[in-house]
Write a protein that binds this ligand. Structure first.
Ligand SMILES: NC(=O)c1ccc[n+]([C@@H]2O[C@H](COP(=O)([O-])OP(=O)(O)OC[C@H]3O[C@@H](n4cnc5c(N)ncnc54)[C@H](OP(=O)(O)O)[C@@H]3O)[C@@H](O)[C@H]2O)c1
Length: 235
């Protein structure tokens, strides 16, 4: 059998990922490595990833110290799954530092190494004017990212993220169980609040790059679920 150059040539594009040690970021890393969309996946983490892959380049760095420079790195698409531990339950101070400060530091660095697309996780209801610290931080983050001049900015806004994190508490697991049980009841106006498995969110993030859409695109509710499902069909 003769394979065409298109079929055999590895993708020439590079991905830059932050948050690969987390629930969603871990799923996304696997997808990016398995998909073949990228020749190289640069994962920026604060501890070494327990993973070896010919296309993976793991750099242990402090996001706050990226300082607009990543020697030797060139990126096309950047993915950000960073978020303060505890997510919506984190303190306002942590949310400002991580969900706003570190996400911006990463996005700025991604631009400086050539990324023209950023896919980032925000949250349903993100609003810089919200009294809720989590939604306010996500709203501020979105507003700041819009100012960074990415040709494409894909903002994924899940209602809640399902999955078992390292060191999850019993309370946390029970809360997740409750979300799973109430998911089918969330219909109509409540449908966007349905909790999504982290793997689906990761699938949607990769799928966002495959749409080729430019400008700012917000994905939530059914659109987010459809994006994830579409990617699974393509996989
Ligand atoms: N939980 C929800 O229901 C919910 C709802 C809507 C949106 N979201 C958002 O969804 C996204 C992904 O959530 P997830 O549950 O997959 O997150 P997660 O498992 O908690 O992972 C968070 C990631 O952020 C990194 N991180 C946190 N603080 C950091 C710091 N100071 N410096 C460097 N890295 C740091 C973590 O690195 P380490 O492993 O080194 O700590 C980890 O890789 C987050 O942005 C979250 O806010 C969550």
């Amino acid at each position: 059998m003769t394979l065409t150059a298109t079929a055999t040539a590895p993708a020439q594009r590079n991905a830059l990922l932050a948050g690969a040690t987390g629930l969603t970021g871990g799923s996304l890393l696997q997808l990016l490595l398995e998909s073949g969309d990228y020749a190289r996946v640069h994962a920026l983490t604060r501890r070494v990833l327990p993973l070896d892959h010919p296309r993976l380049a793991n750099r242990v760095v402090k996001l706050a110290e990226l300082d607009r420079r990543l020697p030797g790195v060139r990126a096309d698409d950047a993915f950000c799954c960073v978020g303060a531990a505890g997510g919506p339950a984190a303190s306002a101070q942590e949310l400002q530092a991580v969900d706003v400060g570190l996400v911006l530091a990463f996005a700025t660095a991604a631009r400086s190494v050539g990324a023209t697309r950023l896919v980032v996780i925000s949250a349903l209801g993100a609003d810089a004017g919200s009294t809720n610290p989590f939604l306010r931080a996500k709203g501020e983050m979105e507003a700041a990212l819009r100012g960074l001049d990415f040709a494409a900015l894909d903002i994924v806004r899940p209602g809640a993220v399902l999955g078992v994190r390292d060191g999850a508490s019993v309370g946390g697991l029970l809360g997740q169980g409750l979300r799973v049980l109430t998911n089918p009841l969330r219909v109509g106006r409540l449908a966007p609040t349905r909790a999504l498995p982290s793997a689906n969110i990761a699938a949607a993030m990769l799928a966002a790059t495959r749409t080729g859409r430019r400008g700012v695109t917000l994905y939530s509710g059914q659109a987010l679920e459809d994006l994830a499902a579409g990617n699974r069909r393509l996989a």
